[in-house]
Design a protein around this ligand. Structure first.
Ligand code: 4AD
Length: 423
């Protein structure tokens, strides 16, 4: 049966008095004086149906509980009292499935809502987050496409970790040890020798023991890599990409911004250039000593007054992984972390890569890597190596900042954290 999306009615695309059919799920329901007022939700919006005694299916309309799936035919009427300003005066109310009593009611604990996440997805808050995330990811892809980057797909099971052993999830791969990927970067470095400019959007896994508002054990990772890019090119690309996503979202998705109490101006200010700060300047601001890493309170200190993200550049090389190129001073990495404003924390890590065979090998040995598992990676330095750079963006961290969410788990449908892999 042909049906009309609810927002088609709420945006005035249907004439008053016209007959339409909508389908969805019961969002709220009450009956009084021989009328059932059933508020229906579909993926596009929420609207009220009035089912009068005598209309086909009236008894079912009175009986059907919240979240029953239904199809309603009726005529459209403007009504200032109804949510969205329109009401459907039902002539035919059909139940596809009578729901059992829905377990989610008001004021339930966070843990309970996480246990029933598969049902909680229907809430307006999570539905809007899913829509916002869809658009943000779409704009990121759009940006890379317009810049001539190829989207490629790396393996997820790998023998070559690149972000340190402590956060690797290992698995038994038919009697051999393998890992869930922490990053597609090393494979990105192979792809650039064929395609020059590439990006990946894929899950990464971190056996993070920390319970914080910004750590997941499984997250979506957008990773870019480009041949002949140095660290400065890499930084410029990051600020252009973030600005493109923030500005396009602010211009095109004002309805979603309203839901998250975000003003478009808060994202429209995000334009190049972003401030750059050296590691030394940043530790001074935070009262840290050389070699210290930035914790969540330090990220707040650095960015709480800022409207735009901030680059912290050139960390001591000892603090960073083997693959990062080293600055001419021999002490610092040619890298940057991008911190989101207002204390949201790091959203991107990027660097120029060590592209010379001998230097790379000595760094890998110093890190105690099992060289056998990286022979393929070293081949990239044997056969036509070129200087190159890249970065990785945590999609949920970006969404958390752009929607101003308190916790990263609300930037993903089914969050995976230290104490949860269900549902
Ligand atoms: O800084 P990271 O560890 O860098 C890499 O993995 C590089 N190999 C990426 C590259 O250059 N291709 O991670 C990159 C980003 C972080 O800035 C953060 O946004 C996100 O990944 N991230 C996490 N997001 C959610 N939960 C976690 N546990 C995360 N760990 C990193």
């Amino acid at each position: 049966m042909q049906h009309t999306p609810i927002n088609g009615i709420l945006t005035g695309h249907v004439e008053e008095g016209e007959a339409v059919t909508i389908r969805g799920w019961i969002y709220r329901t009450r009956s009084s004086g021989g009328v059932a007022f059933v508020v229906v939700r579909d993926s596009t919006g929420v609207m009220q149906c009035a089912v009068k005694k005598g209309a086909k299916g009236f008894d079912d309309a009175v009986k059907a509980l919240i979240e029953s799936s239904i199809t309603v035919t009726g005529t459209v009427k403007k009504d200032g009292r109804a949510p969205g300003g329109y009401e459907l005066q039902a002539t035919d109310f059909r139940v596809t499935h009578f729901s059992e009593t829905f377990p989610i009611t008001k004021d339930q604990s966070t843990e309970f809502l996480l246990d029933v996440r598969h049902l909680w997805l229907r809430s307006q808050h999570l539905t809007n987050m899913l829509k916002a995330r869809h658009f943000i990811v779409k704009y990121l892809r759009e940006f890379f496409d317009e810049q001539g980057f190829w989207e490629i797909s790396p393996p997820i099971i790998t023998k070559s970790g690149c972000e340190g052993g402590s956060t690797l999830f290992s698995l038994d791969y038919f009697g051999e040890k393998a890992y869930l990927t922490q990053s597609g970067q090393l494979y990105n470095e192979a792809f650039i020798t064929a395609l020059e400019k590439v990006f990946i959007l894929a899950p990464s896994f971190r056996a993070e023991k920390s319970r914080t508002v910004k750590h997941l054990t499984e997250y979506w990772h957008l990773e870019e890599e480009a041949a002949y890019f140095d660290n400065e090119d890499n930084i410029r690309l990051q600020e252009e990409m973030i600005s493109y996503a923030a500005q396009t979202f602010a211009r095109k998705n004002t309805d979603l911004l309203v839901h998250f109490n975000r003003k478009p101006e808060e994202l429209l200010v995000v334009e190049p250039p972003f401030e750059r700060m050296s590691y030394e300047e940043a530790i001074k601001k935070c009262g840290l000593k050389y070699g210290d890493d930035f914790g969540a309170p330090d990220e707040v200190t650095l960015t709480k007054e800022l409207d735009k993200p901030l680059f912290v550049k050139n960390f001591p090389k000892e603090m960073k992984p083997f693959y990062m190129a080293i600055a001419p001073d021999g002490k610092h990495a040619l890298n940057s972390d991008l911190l989101a404003p207002r204390g949201h924390g790091e959203i991107i890590g990027g660097s120029q890569r060590e592209w010379e065979y001998d230097k790379l090998v000595s760094r890998m040995k110093a890190e105690g890597l099992n060289m056998k598992d990286y022979e393929w990676y070293l081949d990239l330095r044997r056969y036509g190596s070129v200087p190159h750079s890249g970065f990785g963006l945590g999609v949920e961290r970006l969404v958390k900042w752009m929607l101003n969410l308190e916790h990263i788990r609300d930037a993903v449908a089914f969050p995976r954290v230290i104490n949860r892999a269900y549902p």
